[in-house]
Design a protein around this ligand. Sequence first.
Ligand code: NAD
Ligand code: G6P
Ligand code: MN
Length: 368
Amino acid sequence: MIITLCGGGSTFTPGIVKSIALRKDELDVDEIRLYDINEERQRKIGVLVDWILHEDLGLDIKLTVTTDKKTAFTDASFVFAQMRVGGYAMREQDEKIPLRHGCVGQETCGCGGLAYGMRTIFPMVELIDDVEKYAKKDYWILNYSNPAAIVSEGCRVLRPNARIINICDMPIDLMDKMSRMCGIKDRRELQYSYYGLNHFGWWTKIHDRAGNDLMPTIKAQMAKNGYAGEDSGLEFVDASWDQTFRKAKDVYALDPNTIPNTYLKYYLFPDYVVEHTDPNHTRTDEVREGREKRVFGTARQIIEKGTSEGFGLKPDTHAEYIVDLARALAENTRERFSLIVPNDGAVSNFDPTAMVEIPCIVGSDGYE
Ligand code: NAD
Ligand code: G6P
Ligand code: MN
């Protein structure tokens, strides 16, 4: 079993590799490959990943770090895609140009999101063609690359037969928060209905495994604090995410019958968002000063010191979700996942060809 990460130089790569490694036996994985077009960025992450696999965990999983497509994809079973086309330099423009004109500046919404989408569709199509050419016939591409709403629609139209599943970690992260609101340890316990487009959706039902309705508890919390209640883990998030989780209180108030995705704030409160964003210091600056600095700082320290002692790294929800999904496909677990898929009647009053985000059952024959 070979898993290739496309966008190997991503800040999310170390977490995903750790998650794969910890589930090595369930997935039966022999080799992990990193592929990127930025050799230098990926090389640094490669050092960190090498340490995670071989020193931290002491595993015998083979690691290949490459910029060659054939080496990357030959006989791969899974490709986890997480490319940021244009890098943070272009994300900065997607955020700052609209703000200069009084519009929302965000990587997945509004004109910035459209620009990022236009940049990403053709590299995604190229990836599909390369994977078709080199990988196992029953390959799966699990795609996190944003903006997922536009990317998934582009791939549906241009490569309708590709074995690609587009996913987002926002509903999962929010369900973690909802579980904590209800005193439930594992989000996988929640039975739910959710509908919408990527970064534009609502929960209509949330039950526990025994069938108890959790909506009243969650609604009461949303009305008070949005997603920012006690135990929500916000001490670990940057200022702009803190604001977003809190603003969900006002988004919720617009339709108290449903629980909203955080990203609705960009559509329903655009003026508020513009007023509360510093046009000279956007999310890109925050990531450069935070996540990017942390991940690459760790890699640099390991290279300089020649040892990795003292660097712990935990897999997060984002990493676990993509690995859970791969396992469902490989092992036919038939669990429920929130996926971005052709509507096909699931949302009855909406375009049947639209790529909607809805719960699906996943097994070895794909999703239903
Ligand atoms: P990053 O810039 O740290 O990493 C992305 C990597 O992709 C870079 O190393 C870059 O060189 C590489 N890349 C760019 N174009 C490529 C191409 N054509 N082929 C191969 N590699 C290419 O970015 P990041 O912040 O770690 O995010 C990675 C991606 O994951 C972004 O698209 C981000 O929006 C997405 N993401 C999505 C979700 C979701 O919910 N769907 C969640 C988190 C991140
Ligand atoms: C959320 C969204 C993703 C987005 C991610 C990281 O999880 O669902 O689509 O890419 O946040 O955003 P950040 O601003 O931290 O790079
Ligand atoms: Mn997302």
